[in-house]
Design a protein around this ligand. Structure first.
Ligand SMILES: [Zn+2]
Ligand SMILES: [Zn+2]
Length: 344
């Protein structure tokens, strides 16, 4: 089968290669991949900015159908339509695993960078990490369950959005828009989406289509003034940074109200950034850092999408056959897309 492989360490070294179909071991199933989303992580691996173990098939956001069962599989059958938590090789014994946090176990190696992933026709996965999707959920929509489970974990479980909250999201990429939709599903009364001029053509346009209450282009409007106006000078209850841009991160403290919450999702790619520490202290702000997805976020997410409360499929802007991966990456890196799917 053809697979998109990172062949060795360094910048680039991505190619379509013929690889063998994996054989499911005990407790594992073989999944025919139906759709797989390109994540920023895949782009970072391409550019040698994220840990990975080459040669490795990229891709960790997938949907598919089970086509073969390994020995001792108990909960799944051939024909089941599934998505999967990318927490392979978590040890099961450490403090984090024993406290239900396999997603940050130090031995975890996910499909797509630690072990072979989903930018190919078939993928093997342990059954314990799989979740069934409803019959009427398309595989394209199911492919964005993973990024949506991130925002559900971050915004609902970590930052605890509450009914009636005034929420600000910085960075209108796929995760930012999903964070805004998640906040709305969680009962936010008003969601502000903030982007840069380079976001105007695709991302802020989509934010307006999705009906967010206020959409701000930083080149035209000062978001702190707008938020102060809209909240009678109080500030936002919850500010979510999905941009990873240092000036945006610093501005979260100006946007949030006293005793409000900041939800940190975006990564900066730097060792440190400047942050108004004392101002955050004097505002008595809670900051929730976020990484990956919890077990509890997956079925919650599938239900929120299936019921229409989070229209996650709206963030899919492009789908390409796997053979056109180069064009798909190019468009995505040029920020001309939202979520891009590869179809094997
Ligand atoms: Zn991802
Ligand atoms: Zn562990």
């Amino acid at each position: 089968m053809q697979a998109l492989v990172k062949t060795q360490k360094g910048v680039g070294f991505l190619e379509l290669r013929e690889v063998p179909v994996p054989k499911p071991g005990p407790g594992e199933v073989l999944i025919a991949v139906k759709a797989a989303g390109i994540c920023a992580t895949d782009v970072h691996v391409k550019h040698d900015r994220f840990p990975y173990w080459p040669p490795v098939v990229l891709g960790h956001e997938f949907s598919g159908e089970i086509v073969e069962l390994g020995p001792e599989v108990q909960r799944f059958r051939v024909g089941d339509r599934v998505v999967g938590e990318p927490h392979t090789q978590a040890c099961g014994h450490c403090y984090l695993c024993r406290t239900g946090n396999i997603q940050i176990c130090p031995t975890k190696r996910s499909p797509g960078w630690g072990i072979d992933g989903a930018f190919t026709s078939f993928l093997k996965m342990p059954e314990r990490l799989l979740h069934r999707i409803p019959d009427d959920m398309s595989f394209d929509v199911a492919a964005v369950v993973e990024p949506t489970a991130n925002t559900v974990h971050d915004v609902i479980e970590r930052a605890k959005v509450e009914a009636g909250d005034f929420v600000v999201v910085l960075g209108p990429g796929p995760i930012g828009l999903l964070a805004g939709l998640t906040a709305r599903a969680g009962g936010a009364r008003h969601v502000v989406i903030i982007g840069a001029p380079s976001d105007e053509a695709v991302r802020l346009k989509k934010a307006r289509e999705l009906g967010f209450d206020t959409v701000i282009n930083l080149a035209e409007t000062n978001p702190v003034e707008v938020v102060q106006d809209l909240t009678d000078g109080i500030g936002a209850d919850l500010v979510i940074d999905c941009s990873g841009a240092p000036p945006a991160i610093a501005s979260t403290v100006d946007l949030v109200r006293k005793k409000g919450r900041i939800c940190a999702i975006g990564l900066t790619g730097r060792e440190s950034v400047s942050f108004p520490w004392d101002k955050a202290a004097s505002k008595v702000v809670d900051i929730a850092f976020c990484m990956s997805t919890s077990y509890t976020s997956w079925d919650r997410t599938i239900n929120l999408i299936a019921s229409g409360r989070i229209p996650a499929g709206e963030v899919v802007s492009h789908r390409y056959p796997l053979a056109q991966w180069e064009q798909a990456f190019e468009e995505m890196e040029a920020q001309r897309t939202l979520k891009v799917l590869l179809i094997p």
